[in-house]
Design a protein around this ligand. Structure first.
Ligand code: 2P0
Length: 333
């Protein structure tokens, strides 16, 4: 196998039907399906180069800096999977840039591990199919499996113990619909508790976890139908209740996991008020305090104005459906 350098990009994705809980933490297998929208404006660009001259450890630069120890370990463990699969031992140089604020509930691990899966596998001489890339990306982060594909994407929980069927698939490209997601940033701080630990605590201690899992198949069915009909009201309603149920199950854990701040609640109320005025606007909230509002292109300016005027909202930006992870360029060493 020939080693090369490869640069790949991936957009992050925001789940409309949330993933929160694993059936196998070691292989990162989700306990239920999820459904997301891959975004154009927020993502990761990653270059990977393997080489025996790189010495005895992987060199990683994240946004122009050395990453913290846990991030370095997580990337090194992921590169070990790629090395094992490609039958190589060389270490790698990884240079990665996020256009997503890292670790503030804006899903940098989704685009990060999707871009890393594409760039590292290719640089190691592998030629993986999108489904195989999705399974590989999942090992880095559950949500990353979805960012291999563009537009609306559904993640299958799978039934096999090796996780080979726990992969994402594209449902619809998502463009031509004029759908937008307005992000209201409510904090610049890193989130208090990471998703992996929070999910595990929810599954172990929340009395609402079982009913949360039971509610997901119906939400997936509803979301799929809404996308097929291009029905924003129906899709938005599913997204809002999925987010609320996910957070409710996490809040009920011991100790409680609470991502919401007063600004989060104020932004949620802004969305309710917009709907009372007849606007099709629906929120979703991930493992952080930010509020993301699903609406039509024509409503973006009204949604933006209302969110910007909401106490505690620091800034807003607008995102739209994007393509799946892909190679930007590669060179053979
Ligand atoms: C999601 N989140 O579906 C859910 C909703 C956040 C809230 O997937 O442990 O970073 O790496 O599989 O993918 C964030 O969790 O967790 C996430 P791991 P991940 O987007």
């Amino acid at each position: 196998m020939k080693l090369s350098s490869c640069t790949a990009v991936a957009g992050t994705n925001i789940a409309l039907v949330k993933y929160w809980g694993k059936r196998d933490p070691a292989l990162n297998l989700p306990a239920a399906g999820s459904l997301s929208l891959t975004l154009k404006e927020l993502g990761t660009r990653t270059t990977v180069r393997f080489g025996s001259h790189l010495g005895s450890e992987d060199r990683v630069r994240l946004n122009g800096r050395d990453p913290d120890d846990s991030t370095r370990t997580r990337i090194g463990t992921f590169l070990d999977l790629v090395r094992e699969r490609a039958g190589i031992t060389a270490h790698a140089e990884v240079v990665t840039e996020n256009s997503v604020p890292t670790a503030a509930g804006l899903a940098s691990s989704a685009s990060g591990f999707a871009a890393l899966a594409v760039a590292a596998s290719r640089a190691a001489g592998l030629a993986l199919l999108p489904t195989q890339l999705s399974a590989l990306a999942r090992r880095g982060s559950g949500s990353a499996a979805r960012s291999i594909f563009g537009g609306f994407v559904e993640m299958q929980p799978g039934v096999f113990s090796d996780g080979s069927d726990a992969v994402a698939e594209s449902i619809s490209e998502g463009d031509g619909w004029g759908i937008r997601l307005v992000v209201a940033v409510t904090s610049e701080a890193e989130k208090a508790i990471g998703s992996t630990e929070a999910m595990e605590r929810t599954a172990r201690t929340s009395p609402f976890y079982a009913s949360w899992l039971e509610s997901i198949p119906g939400d997936l069915q509803d979301a799929r139908a809404a996308i097929a009909e291009r029905d924003l009201h129906r899709l938005g309603a599913v997204a809002e209740r999925s987010a609320i149920r996910m957070h409710a199950s996490a809040m009920a854990a011991t100790p409680s996991i609470l991502y919401w701040t007063p600004a989060t609640l104020a932004a949620m109320n802004t969305v309710f008020a917009l709907r009372d005025r007849g606007l099709a606007a629906y929120f979703t909230i991930d493992a952080g305090p930010h509020v993301k509002v699903l609406c039509e292109q024509d409503s973006v300016s009204e949604v933006n104005t209302a969110l910007t005027a909401t106490p505690g909202v620091i800034r807003t930006f607008t995102t739209s459906p994007g393509r799946g992870a892909r190679i930007l360029h590669e060179t053979t060493a």
